[in-house]
Ligand binder design. Structure first.
Ligand SMILES: *Cc1c(COP(=O)(O)O)cnc(C)c1O
Length: 476
């Protein structure tokens, strides 16, 4: 399997080459040259594999179609080590719960940080450790977080050989639970840096350090953001696992409703569908930051400025642009790299938007690729959290509520609708109290984490200070 860039550069790469890379050199995103096709016999076999041998073995089956530069036994061992009941709380790893009629909840948020990013990041941690050891290399991950991503990255990389994580976050602005999750990590390779500023200051620091190419090369600075193909690939697996749990035979179709921000999660659903998984609709749900809903309704993709990017009660979906969206547009345009480049590199830079409404390809987004969309407001989320609790005694978080609200509008009789649960309510306790007048339950392993000793250093919003810390810790 070789990988190409969405912007048309001729060069092809193998999996382990792009594993530690971010964007392709031409600024595009990596995709496989073609999507391996899963026929009925294979899907039937995978159904059996999932039921008899479990999620890790299913993950191995799917990953091995895309990764041919890691020996089979090693890849299997990496999957087995990653997807354990111990780390993900249940033997099913992504348990399906029935809600009502044809509506199901697939639990993707039982990992170490109680958000679905663990599903991919835990695998990434093991893949990084494996590949870095093979190359005798080190990697210093530098990131900025306002919550979920940073925590998931730290829990995935803690104690991993060859990797250090330097994670900046805005001082005092994360929820107490998220701060406790991250800052209580005592691992020597995890550095929490609370920046005296806001999230944008943290991002600016990461950019400033990464733009210093000499520093970046000398200290092997890398990232773990959501455009990484390995993260997306890991997410493909739970679409298969959700489908297998929601159906009894392969002649049935299923739809998925996905709370979306950077389009990483639902893009993995698109890949699963392209492989032949019988998915009827991919329902893209957004909050008030509705860049994606606008595109699927109108054909116009319009990046938002800071002034129209809102802070909402589903903060992990508060985006101004969707960094994985280019992957889908590339497929939608018949894999035309030159056109994709003209839209994403030229039109977006020039006008901040592009318009496909008059292009015949746009109708295909729904007709051929199964995409539909919708959005929710804060009031919708409160109402959905409330009705789900009252009718089913199931407590859902604000992101899952976005998806469930839209799923109920979009469902088609007779087609199971699987709503992806992307976080547990305890992470967003304030809104749960607003909706239900009670605090969410907390998994036992998180009891009292706010009072654990914290390992964090507070620093000014100054890239030079962060660079000094990195070079001091790397012993040069
Ligand atoms: C990251 C995140 C999302 C959005 O996922 P994308 O892959 O960015 O579309 C939704 N819900 C939660 C809880 C998240 O952490």
């Amino acid at each position: 399997m070789k990988y190409l860039s969405t912007r048309g550069q001729p060069e092809r790469k193998r999996f382990c080459e792009i594993l530690l890379e971010g964007l392709a050199p031409d600024g595009g995103l990596y995709l496989p040259e073609s999507y391996p096709q899963v026929d009925d016999a294979t899907l039937a076999r995978w159904r059996d594999v999932y039921h008899r041998q479990g999620y890790a073995e299913l993950a191995f089956e799917i990953l091995s179609l895309y990764i041919d530069d890691i020996p089979v036994a090693d890849l299997r061992a990496l999957c087995v080590k990653t997807y354990t009941a111990e780390v993900f709380g249940t033997g099913e790893i992504v348990p399906l719960r029935h809600l009502q009629d044809d509506v199901w909840l697939e639990g993707l948020s039982n990992g170490p940080t109680l958000a679905f990013k663990d599903m991919a990041m835990q695998l990434l941690g093991n893949l990084f450790e494996y590949e870095l050891a093979r190359r005798s290399e080190q990697l210093n991950i530098l990131g900025a977080t306002s919550g979920d991503t940073g925590g998931a990255a730290e829990y995935a990389m803690r104690g991993k050989k060859g990797v250090r994580v330097f994670m900046t976050s805005p001082h005092g602005r994360m929820s107490p639970f998220q701060q406790a999750q991250m800052f209580s990590l005592q691992d020597a390779n995890i550095y929490n840096i609370a920046i005296e500023g806001v999230f944008d200051d943290c991002q600016d620091i990461v950019k400033a350090v990464s733009n210093d190419l000499e520093f970046k090369r000398k200290y092997k600075i890398g990232t773990v953001n959501s455009i990484n193909w390995a993260r997306l690939l890991a997410q493909v697996v739970y679409y298969f696992a959700g489908y297998i749990q929601a159906t009894e035979s392969n002649c049935q179709q299923v739809s998925f409703a996905v709370p979306s921000g950077n389009f990483g999660n639902v893009c993995a659903g698109h890949v699963a569908r392209m492989m032949g998984l019988p998915i009827a609709q991919l329902v893209v749900a957004t909050n008030e930051n509705d860049v994606l809903d606008e595109f699927f309704r109108t054909g116009v993709y319009r990046v938002r400025g800071t002034a129209d990017t809102f802070e909402t009660s589903s903060p992990s979906m508060d985006i101004s642009k969707a960094s994985n969206f280019e992957r889908f547009v590339f497929d939608l345009l018949g894999r035309d790299g030159a056109r994709t480049k003209a839209l994403f590199a030229d039109a977006l830079a020039r006008e901040g938007q592009f318009d496909l409404s008059a292009d015949p390809a746009f109708a295909q987004a729904r007709e051929r690729y199964g995409f539909v969309s919708g959005k929710s407001t804060h009031a919708d989320r409160l109402a959905t959290i409330r009705s789900t609790w009252q009718q089913h005694e199931v407590m859902i978080d604000t992101h899952t509520a976005d998806a469930l609200k839209v799923a109920l509008e979009r469902r088609v009789a007779g087609v199971p609708m699987v709503v992806l649960e992307t976080a547990l309510p305890v992470k967003f306790a304030e809104t749960i109290v607003e909706a239900l007048g009670r605090t969410p339950m907390r998994p036992v392993r998180f009891e009292g984490i706010e009072s654990l000793p914290k390992r964090v250093r507070v620093m000014p919003a100054d890239a030079a200070a962060v660079k000094a810390l990195i070079s001091a810790e790397c012993g040069a």
